[in-house]
Design a protein around this ligand. Sequence first.
Ligand code: PMV
Length: 332
Amino acid sequence: MTLQPMRATATAQPNIALVKYWGKRDVALNLPAAGSLSITLGALHTRTRVRFDDALDADDITLNGEREAAQTRKIGAFLDLFRTRAGTAMRAHVESGNDFPTGAGLASSASGFAALAVAVDRALGLNLDARELSMLARRGSGSAARSIFGGFVEMAPGTRVDGEDAFATPLLDAAAWPLKVVVAITSRKKKAVDSRAGMQTSQRTSPYYHDWIATVPGDLVIARQAVQARDFEKLARVSEASCLAMHAVMLATRPALIYWNGATLDCIQCVRALQADGVAVFFTIDAGPQVKAVCLPEAAARVADALREVAGVEDVLISGLGEGARIDGDGA
Ligand code: PMV
């Protein structure tokens, strides 16, 4: 038997989709029904430590210092994908922590599964390439496939039934267009309906679901061109349109998925007022109440000041764009 390190620590960062995905073409393999395009954030981190241990009878999973049965089952099933490849049944200790609020629309599942995929790959000595890591991260959470990479990233939905063509690829480095993201936190409560359950209900019941899916390929063409040309106005228009179309699908879901609160809407109005004043900024919102205002670097301080003044905004974070998932230090 070759000697594997059996332990590793990795860091990954959440990403925010500008062209959103909401819907799956295969639930078991977690294949998205459409592509997406995202930016990986620099200032928020998930750090995950993994240690395989043949003395363990069951996986021992701690997330932000807590053990929870549902998470242990979900992460155990994710670890099985790697155990099968490595030909081992060994259980693992996993300790993962975020330096930002979990489960509140800040994409903690994206950074969480990306960090876990990279750490487990190293611990088991699998040496998978980034494309394979992206496909495996996707099995944990659709958006995690994108956090394997930094900067601007595009996720391909693929067409194959085995999902082997559904992975993310990097489009542009963070340094090539260093946008800023100002995150307005409007609530720290865990959301009532998670993305996985929410998108399945939308797919079944929202009268707009099919029209929504049909908009995505065209939006991706525009967003890709905007990124390549560093055309902020063009990226702003397509990103806001994609976000609002996704939320329209959510609102028309039965029962309705209303992820916004009053402050969310006030933040949107605040961003629109800044735009009317000539500030280079646009908003995007995921399955949660936080508003992410994407802007040119020189606008970040003004955008943050304006959002801080909105009633109901609890905190404002400013982030640059960041790197993909990686092993920390010597990996141990
Ligand atoms: O990563 P998931 O499968 O939980 O879904 C993420 C869904 C959105 O964040 C709302 C959109 C996206 O493309 O990230």
